[in-house]
Design a protein around this ligand. Structure first.
Ligand code: PMV
Length: 323
């Protein structure tokens, strides 16, 4: 019998329609507000985890180079899996993204979802998706949502995320307006910490976000794309308002230019909505039937390097398993 136990998983990033920003003041990496996201086909992380028999330092690579950012969180996740499975050997992890890493395109979401799934399978743990999601959440709360496909909720205080609606619930296209291929300056955990410590608007965000979330869930249940889009834009702007007041600025000129174009489209009767995470890229939400018109308008905004076109996608999944 081989000494190596190995599994490979694929996971997609997700974008939050109602955002999480800020953590509960307790251990375990629990968000301070509920969130609802959509998992995105068209961008993908592929991760292979192999547990060897011999102990030693874990070896982690991302895109063929040693993993630097996020290494500590990844090793913590692997150690937890080893503890539960009773393994002692080192892990060898190879991960690759087919989109820019660490620049606010939710690579931590797909990365830790793929890692949690591949590691628990390689260790032979019979985890249900909810348990994989809870494992991923401890490393990156948004990763808990990427374990599931379609529309996904991470409720306040929940260990893991849960499916909210299938990917067919809204005929949505999401155009990611890539503003830079660089890494973001402030990691989201640091941005959240600074917002909680210094923003005069953090308390307002904490009381407003759950209300937006409930309204958005309700609009999604009714399949009201216009309402979901408007609430998603409102959630992103409220989150950034609280961060901006603490000096945490993810926007660049192009971020505001795309936002202005999205609003100009709406004034002209073409429905498009913007959402922005901890980075400068605007993600434009539109009706699938308006794809060509919206695409042409955002592609023409100076500073948009390229567009990544995505639609609601599937859950994280194992693609290889075995010795
Ligand atoms: O889970 P993290 O540490 O990648 O933080 C995610 C924060 C946002 O992307 C800005 C919002 C969200 O809910 O995904």
């Amino acid at each position: 019998m081989s000494e190596v136990r190995r599994a490979t998983a694929l996971a997609h990033p997700n974008i939050a329609l109602s955002k999480y920003w800020g953590k509960l003041p307790c251990d375990g990496n629990f968000p301070a507000v509920p969130s609802l996201s959509v998992t995105l086909e068209g961008m993908c992380t592929r991760t292979t985890v192999a547990f060897e028999a011999e102990p030693g330092d874990d070896v982690l690579t991302l895109g063929g180079a040693p993993m630097l950012h996020g290494r500590e969180k990844a090793v913590r996740l692997l150690s937890q899996v080893r503890r539960v499975a009773g393994l002692r050997g080192r892990a060898v992890v190879e991960s690759a993204n087919d989109f820019p890493t660490g620049s606010g395109l939710a690579s931590s979401a797909s990365g830790f979802a793929a890692l949690a799934l591949a590691a628990s399978a390689a260790a032979g743990l019979p985890f249900a998706a909810a348990e994989v999601s809870a494992l991923a959440r401890e490393a990156s709360a948004s990763a808990a949502r990427s374990v599931f496909g379609g529309f996904v909720e991470l409720a306040l205080g929940a260990a893991g995320a849960s499916p909210f609606a299938p990917k067919e619930a809204l005929p949505l296209v999401v155009l990611v307006c890539v503003a830079t291929e660089e890494r973001k300056a402030v990691a989201s955990t640091d941005g959240m910490r600074q917002t909680a410590a210094e923003s005069p608007y953090y308390a307002a965000w904490l009381s407003h976000a759950p209300t937006l979330h409930v309204r958005l869930c309700d609009a999604l249940r009714r399949g009201e794309l216009s309402e979901v889009g408007a609430l998603a834009e409102a959630s992103a702007l409220a989150m950034h308002a609280s961060a901006l007041a603490a000096g945490v600025v993810y926007f660049r000129g192009v971020t505001l230019d795309v936002l202005a174009e999205v609003r100009a489209m709406r004034r002209g009767g073409l429905e498009a909505y913007a959402t922005i995470d901890a980075g400068p890229h605007v993600k434009v939400l539109a009706r699938a039937s308006d794809r060509d018109a919206v695409r042409a308008r955002v592609a023409a905004v100076p500073g948009v390097l390229r567009l990544i076109e995505t639609v609601p996608g599937d859950a994280a999944r194992l693609v290889e398993e075995g010795p």
